[in-house]
Design a protein around this ligand. Sequence first.
Ligand SMILES: [Zn+2]
Length: 304
Amino acid sequence: MANKSREVLTHTGEPEAPDKIQAIENEVLTDAEKRSPEFLAYLGKVDFDLLRKLFFEIFKRIGMDETSFNFLGPERIVESNHGTTYSGIDNAIIIALKNLEATGRPTEQDFAHVLIHEEVHATAKTICRGEIDPTWLADYFPNKVNSIPENQFRELRYGLSRLTLPKKSIHGRTRVFYLLNEGVTEKLAREIFEKYANVKDMDVKEHGKKVNDEKNPENYYYPIPVRFVEALVDRIAKETGLESKMVWESFVRAAYTGEDMENPELRQAFAETISDDFLSRLSRLEIGDEEQMLELIEELKKNN
Ligand SMILES: [Zn+2]
């Protein structure tokens, strides 16, 4: 269905057979049985009813159809030793507690915040186009999550980002607008976390310092991409005469509808207002390229 926020398509772009999609989705339920007591203790503290309500408010705010609301409940949140991610193919959130340990033992705040970040990915537009090979279903979880499934797919779109792979190979992959998408995702996650923490009466003072620490390379809260998105929103607001709040809403809507950041009109608009190669430089930024993102922030502020 076209109005679904998550679509799984065959390599020719047809909707994948529901039983195949179901088979993959069911795998996650088996993995959920392997969660450690420690992980379950963190998960057990999360107020999913409240979270669902907060996400639904975002959905209504941007005028999305409620039938496409892909908020994931605790049964689809699984543990991994390797990485923290939302996998659109399995429709599951995978959390590695060790990712949250950069500044000590993960707190309840850390767990809730990271979960909210991944729920933003899950509820934003997701398209998986490619082939499902049943041979990887048996063995990829949870240890091979970053290495196996992606190469069976030719294209994965998460919000504003796109990853394209040649068939049956991990060579020649292209990924665009990765850090931009993380910035938008995390900025929205912070808004939701703030409301969540407020209702739950959580102490967020220490957490706030951690979140904004740009010096920590393992900071999981993308402080530089968030600052970039804020600078971009302010610049666009200035250029267009719109309020920053409205410009930000349009970014949220773009992530939830899967706006094509590569469309020529957009490139033209950036070339005219900021600089010729601004959008293409932005499109190439990955994790580890925060230094270059800081340069783009300076550029946004400079010729303004
Ligand atoms: Zn993310």
